[in-house]
Design a binder for this molecule. Structure first.
Ligand code: NAP
Length: 246
């Protein structure tokens, strides 16, 4: 199958790119600013499975016209796309009382509106093919996390978007689901999370460890596999048993 993964240059997205390639899929993925990181991921994936097609595209998911331009290029290069993973995301952490309009908007535009633009673009191709798998990356923070109102609102928004897609397109062979990760060590959490939060995670997570991104990536590819065929409209926690944040 052909995957399209946004934010595939680092962290969780890069893990999904590599997992998909290792399972025999072709992957188009995007990066925003870090072309070197994207090229390194493409090179690693190509070395891992030289027969697979892997290509990186520069994209700012906040820009609807750019999503269409990159989407057109991907469909030209890959023929079609069956699996869409709108993974790109940012956080800008502040208490609500000191959060600016821009800090609110930027996170919503990237995490929620960007995901909407991407899925809307690829839906006609999936409908034409009678098959599609949409896998959103939300967060356990969708149910609230101090200092992350913008992030939590964007991640909760994905739940409504996905549940609606599941109902609108289930009969067209398209499923839509949401992964709800807990804490994964990536640039986002290294830069945006306090050591107190990391300690909280290690103390309270029943599995008592920080997971590897492949432990999330494998769930994403499972949803695109035969085993995931009848899973639709669900929010799937991948959190080692800890489903709340302070
Ligand atoms: P990350 O390491 O910071 O990577 C973020 C990715 O998003 C990068 O590839 C980045 O591209 C891309 N990106 C950022 N802004 C973009 C924009 N405007 N347009 C297009 N791409 C953009 O983050 P991560 O931890 O892997 O997170 C990936 C997803 O998982 C996010 O949606 C995040 O909210 C979610 N998540 C993460 C955790 C966690 O514990 N890490 C937990 C729950 C949910 P460049 O490399 O080019 O900058």
């Amino acid at each position: 199958m052909n995957f399209f993964v946004t934010g595939g240059s680092r962290g969780i997205g890069a893990g999904i790119v590599r997992q998909a390639v290792s399972e025999g899929h072709d992957v188009a993925f995007t990066y925003h600013a870090d072309a070197d990181a994207a090229n390194a991921i493409a090179a690693k994936a190509a070395a891992q499975a030289p027969e697979r097609k892997v290509k990186a595209y520069k994209l700012d998911v906040r820009d609807s016209a750019a999503v269409e331009t990159v989407g057109d290029a991907v469909l030209r290069d890959f023929g079609t796309v069956q699996v869409v993973v709108p993974n790109a995301g940012i956080n800008i952490n502040k208490l609500v009382v000191s959060m600016s309009d821009e800090e609110w908007q930027d996170v919503l535009d990237t995490n929620l509106t960007g995901a909407f633009y991407v899925v809307r673009y690829f839906l006609p191709a999936m409908i034409a093919g009678g098959f599609g798998r949409i896998v959103f990356i939300s967060s356990l923070a969708a149910s609230g996390s101090s200092g992350q109102a913008n992030y939590c609102a964007s991640k909760a928004g994905l739940l409504g978007l996905s549940a609606t897609l599941a109902k609108e397109y289930g009969r067209r062979g398209i499923t839509s689901n949401v992964l709800m990760p807990g804490f994964f060590e990536t640039d986002m959490t290294r830069e945006g999370m306090s050591s107190a939060n990391r300690d909280f995670w290690l103390k309270h997570c029943p599995q008592g460890r920080i997971p590897d991104v492949c432990e999330l990536a494998g769930v994403a590819t499972f949803l695109a596999s035969k085993g995931g065929n009848f899973i639709n409209g669900q929010a799937i926690p991948v959190n080692g048993g800890l489903n709340w944040a302070p």
